[in-house]
Design a protein around this ligand. Structure first.
Ligand code: DMJ
Length: 630
């Protein structure tokens, strides 16, 4: 008798006597590895692959329906966390490893995954996966075939991103430990609130999210999941299920709710296939629509989540980085609901921006939602502008490179940025200055450091003549951002660094010297590593990690610091939710192999929540295909 998983439950498969005999003979003479040489149709093989077969996300994205996944975990990344599955198989623990989370989670959350497994475990894992068995067994499921052809790709390849060199593996484990530490302290002192205040040992709710709570939980779901922190992921999921109340009546930032909550829930859904995330994100998405009730359809910055009014003040300008950072999530909301309204809303923004006159081809940061005109001519690739540019190139990539309008707008914007904002300092550092009505302000925000990664991922999709040039620009900007870290005693970078009055990537002004656990610099390291495999990016990431450990880690969680140049460290008492969503996730990916969330299949929203590329053959089957050519 052998245990088999069926529809997420353990059941038994009884082998009749002759089968049992043949089976034992086969195993006895060739060992367990022999199982993987059996033909595809082999019943024995099916028995031993219950985990993978039943871990499918059975999202039918063609008609927008979602069937229940047969396993609580979509692709089984936690259930089959790095090495767990191999070890479990080799130990013949088939009777208990039924794809349910509880058993496997225990192993992963206790930190036994990866680091402590022996080479026996490693070999077993490789044997299973590198022979393509998991993939081919999945392919047998009709649902998975549909899935594979349409929306989703597994978030990992053969090896779950496990790096082959021991140093990177050790570093990746360190990042995971930091995540667990940040999570445990949030849980202990601020559970259910938006963020942890580690010094005062309480929570911070603020007003940004209009009464929504648990920002750190929603922002952490996918990070916990990809790291194989199974128990923690489960706690987070249960909180979302039982406590994430979307019926709140406050005024929320449309941008922040979109990137953290909508992005976090979408990504959790696509990674795990858990219906609860879809239900929640669809409800939340609907609550955001009143923000678009303006004469131009350019949304307000704030929205009343109870839908009583559109929220926001028509007299206030809308910010480019806010209304320009909705596209990825809203297109996916249309995908999930089969309701084109979300795509229409963001396409309207796109259209409006596309047809507006732009000073020297640049996009100013503020627009009047009533007149639809620019409010001033202040341009920045950092605060107030940043993720608008990011979403242009990522919209193109997420559309499986069919969104030609986004592509054209991105490369035209980049050209204008290069012609007007990109500068070389006297010391030879390349930076992106800010522009105030034609006058350059020679400063660069930490936020602008995401642009190294953005320009890097865009490089290979532009014209072949500009490819190397753009890759060099990306590398140069990333280098400058690294310098802004390297030139401080803490080895963490300031909020703003300058290139005037003798400053070179340093922060002479006291009020610009804080580091609030932001991700942008390590984000660019991660992309540049993926694009070039130059080991310096991993070294730089490790330097940042060590500095975080030295200066930002307290006994009760992580905190930003007030002055990166200070010799006595003062903390700002806030563990930002983006530290868990982004900074630690990018570090983890930096030390992982490229088959964890491959960039050809996934795009990260601006809060580092991975969203799947929508393959063109998937869109073609849909009625509401957005018309990218308009
Ligand atoms: C995050 O919320 C997002 O990355 C956003 O795009 C910019 N600011 C923070 C992190 O610094």
């Amino acid at each position: 008798m052998i245990f088999k998983t069926l529809a997420g439950k353990t059941s038994f498969v009884v082998l009749r006597l002759p089968q049992t005999f043949l089976f034992l003979l086969f195993i006895g003479s060739l060992g367990f590895g022999a199982l993987f040489f059996l033909p595809e149709t082999s019943r024995l093989k099916r028995i031993f692959q219950h985990n993978s077969d039943n871990s499918a996300v059975i999202t039918d994205s063609v008609n927008g329906q979602s069937a229940r996944p047969s396993s609580p975990i979509g692709y089984g990344l936690i259930g089959a966390a790095p090495l767990d599955i191999g070890v479990l198989r080799m130990k013949s623990q088939l009777s208990s490893s039924n794809g349910k989370q509880t058993n496997n989670n225990k192993e992963s959350s206790q930190g036994t995954v990866s680091m402590q497994h022996t080479s026996e475990g490693d070999a077993a894992d490789n044997k299973v996966h590198t022979r393509g068995v998991v993939v081919s067994s999945r392919a047998r499921s009709p649902v998975r075939v549909k899935l594979r052809n349409c929306m989703l790709k597994p978030p990992y390849g053969a090896n779950y991103g496990k790096p082959s060199d021991p140093e990177s593996l050790q570093r990746r484990e360190k990042v995971k430990e930091m995540m667990k530490f940040a999570w445990d302290n949030y849980k202990r002192y601020a559970w259910g609130e938006n963020e942890l205040r580690p010094l005062s040992r309480n929570g911070n709710d603020g007003r940004t999210f209009g009464g929504l709570r648990g920002a750190s939980i929603v922002d952490s779901l996918d990070t916990l999941y990809i790291m194989g922190l199974g128990e923690e992921y489960q706690e987070a999921k249960e909180w979302v299920e039982n406590n994430l109340n979307l019926k709140v009546g406050g005024e929320a930032s449309l941008f922040e709710v979109n990137i953290r909550y909508v992005g976090g829930l979408l990504s959790a859904y696509y990674l795990t296939g858990e219906e609860v995330f879809k239900r929640k994100v669809v409800e939340l998405g609907r609550n955001l629509l009143p923000a678009f009730n303006t004469p131009t359809g350019i949304p307000h910055g704030v929205v009343n989540l109870a839908g009583r009014s559109s929220g926001g003040d028509l007299g206030r300008s809308s910010v480019l980085a806010e209304f320009g950072t909705l596209h990825l999530e809203f297109v996916h909301l249309s995908e999930l609901t089969s309701d084109p309204i979300y795509t229409e809303k963001v396409m309207n923004i796109r259209k409006h921006l596309n047809q507006l006159d732009k000073p020297r081809g640049l996009y100013p940061n503020a627009l009047n939602p009533v007149s639809g005109n620019w409010e001033q001519h202040y341009v920045s690739i950092g605060a107030l502008g940043d993720s608008f540019y990011e979403y242009l190139i990522k919209s193109y990539l997420m559309s499986d490179r069919t969104d030609e309008v986004a592509k054209r707008m991105y490369y035209a914007a980049l050209e204008a940025i290069e012609n007007n904002l990109v500068q070389r300092s006297p010391g030879g550092l390349i930076y992106v200055a800010e522009w105030r009505g034609g006058i350059l302000d020679h400063r660069m925000g930490h936020l602008a450091c995401f642009s190294g990664g953005m320009i890097g991922i865009g490089a290979e999709h532009g014209s072949p003549e500009t490819r190397q040039h753009q890759l060099d620009l990306a590398a140069n900007i990333t280098h400058t951002c690294h310098e802004s870290y390297r030139r401080t005693p803490t080895k963490l970078g300031p909020e703003v660094f300058r290139f005037d009055d003798g400053a070179e990537a340093t922060a002479p002004r006291v009020n610009e010297r804080q580091y609030i656990l932001r991700p942008e610099v390590v984000e660019s390291y991660m992309y540049m590593w993926r694009l070039t495999h130059d080991p310096k990016y991993r070294e730089w990431g490790w330097e940042a990690l060590e500095a975080l450990e030295r200066h930002c880690r307290l006994a009760t969680g992580f905190s930003g610091i007030i002055d990166v140049y200070g010799h006595i460290i003062q903390h700002d008492n806030l563990q930002q939710s983006f530290f868990l969503a982004e900074t630690l996730k990018y570090l983890y990916l930096l030390f992982s192999d490229d088959d964890l969330l491959p960039l050809k299949d996934w795009v990260f929203n601006t809060e580092a929540h991975p969203l799947p590329v929508i393959p063109r053959n998937c869109s073609q089957e849909r009625e509401h295909i957005p018309n990218w050519t308009q």
